[in-house]
Design a protein around this ligand. Structure first.
Ligand SMILES: [Zn+2]
Length: 244
């Protein structure tokens, strides 16, 4: 499942390191799609938000879905087969994938095709994060729209009981203004490595604050949690419902 609040490990302190480009074959047009694997990186520092989104130059986003530059179709990057013949990077042939937009996530959730079935929670979290982007650097309070509320309501039952996903549940209840329910989820024990995040969320719940808030900015404490992109994990379920 998606692990937005992955607990830090010793590996997290390694320098940022990328592997050589890997070429995969587009399932639609068989063209090469270049993927630059992040071998290791430092997820500390940057800015961590209460919805689990992290802004950091040190840990570039590693997407699960992208758009093929050649045929413009959306593909599951992690499921692609290797490109059959050896390929050398070339300036004249840009094989990088195009990152999906908010409109893409919205469209995939509405269509509920194969990709939406496989990546249901991922799509809803991406949609949530992208809609929250307008709030990250704004002093103006922006209430959740009906569409955002519906998205979060549908995300809730898709979340598991591991710490990372329980923290997302807390945040959803908090953003709904359901502080009692948020408190209830927070009352269960969490791993000590996410204690900074838990304490901050507890404080926000006590303050009856339902706004998106920053958890930390800059270097995080060594034992605190940091979100991590879902490069090696993917939703292990398929969701239903078509009323996004
Ligand atoms: Zn293609």
């Amino acid at each position: 499942m998606i692990n937005q609040w992955q607990v830090n490990s010793e590996q997290a302190y390694a320098e940022l390191e990328f592997g050589p480009p890997v070429y995969k074959a587009c399932v639609h047009c068989q063209s090469a799609i270049e993927i630059i694997p992040l071998l290791s990186g430092n997820p500390l520092g940057g800015t961590l938000w209460s919805d689990g989104f992290q802004e950091t130059e040190q840990m570039p986003v590693q997407d699960l879905l992208g758009r093929c530059r050649h045929c413009n179709e959306i593909v599951s990057l992690v499921d692609l087969e290797p490109y059959p013949t050896p390929k050398v990077p070339s300036d004249n042939d840009d094989c990088s994938y195009v990152s999906l937009t908010l409109g893409d996530y919205e469209m995939l959730l509405q269509q509920l095709g194969d990709i939406a079935e496989e990546y249901h929670a991922y799509l809803r979290i991406k949609f949530w994060h992208q809609r929250n982007d307008q709030r990250r650097h704004s002093d103006t309070s922006m209430p959740l729209t009906a569409q955002e509320q519906q998205n979060l309501q549908q995300l809730l039952p898709l979340l598991d009981n591991v710490d990372a996903e329980r923290l997302l549940k807390v945040e959803i209840y908090r953003q709904f203004g359901d502080f009692e329910q948020a408190k209830r989820v927070l009352s269960d024990p969490f791993d000590h490595r996410v204690s900074d995040v838990v304490q901050r969320l507890r404080q926000l719940v006590r303050d009856k604050n339902s706004r998106l808030e920053m958890i930390y900015s800059g270097e995080a404490a060594r034992h605190s949690a940091a979100p991590c992109n879902a490069t090696s994990t993917k939703p292990a379920f398929s969701g239903g419902g078509n009323d996004f």
